[in-house]
Design a protein around this ligand. Sequence first.
Ligand code: PMP
Length: 297
Amino acid sequence: MSEGVVHLNGELVPAEEAAVSVHDRGLRYGDGAFETLRAYGGRVFAWEAHAARLERTCETLGFADAVPSAATLQDRVLATLEANDLADAYVRVTITRGEQAGKLTPAPDPAPTVIVVARSLPRGGLAGDPVWDEPAVLQTVRTRRIPDAAIPADAKTLNYLNGILARLELQRAATDEFAADEAVMRDGEDTVLEGATSNLFVVDGGRLLTPSAELDLLPGITREIVLELAREEDFPVETGRFGLDTLRDADEAFLTNTTWEVRPVGVVDGIDLERGPITSLLRRRYAERVEAACYED
Ligand code: PMP
């Protein structure tokens, strides 16, 4: 991966020279927040929603007051894109609580570490290409989603062990014939929640169904846009609670996240799903939204 120049604590630095302390709490404890962003045509898509979620996560972690403003962060993102001569890109903003002596209890007056990295992705929008090659292959994992009561589910923290353990299960179960690329994660009651890094939708009996944001999941920004697009199309939308049978028997299913956008699901637990018209329609509407927001004057 080429990450020519990165933005570290307010400075543009060649990636190979960028260094953070071994005492950084992001490294020691996963004590931090992040956002994955998509830049199209040199503009950051849905910046306000990402900036708001980042701020909420930093509030949950109790260091929001020490973090640069959303406007400053946006300037750093744009500067990173420019320094790397990137228009269509993946961008990640990472904010840790910073360097502190080795105690679990956070010290007062944190000095957060703020990192922006970017790398090239294909053009998006109507003339664009998806970042994935194939529809997703899903497999249900035994690893359960961390309950909201343990770590607030709507906080996008640096601690991704839950998702990593789920993806490890997929790797361990892979054979020459079958390899899943996203995990279906449930709560302790077998309610379907989300993927390791994506939200999940099914088309079932003429309605679009996705797990409710009241459940223990990260309500993605792409999920919210897709719900809005479906409502604009007057397609019946329901958020609620459903189990594996609904997913496996779905007419169509798809995943959403910032980089995948709307990614059709081809297989769930070895069962083939049709690639259907509602998924295609929503993919197109999403591409139109990106085109209008980022590529038009
Ligand atoms: N759920 C989880 C656990 C995720 O990590 C992500 C990716 N951030 C999503 C859902 C999708 O979120 P978004 O659409 O904001 O990228």
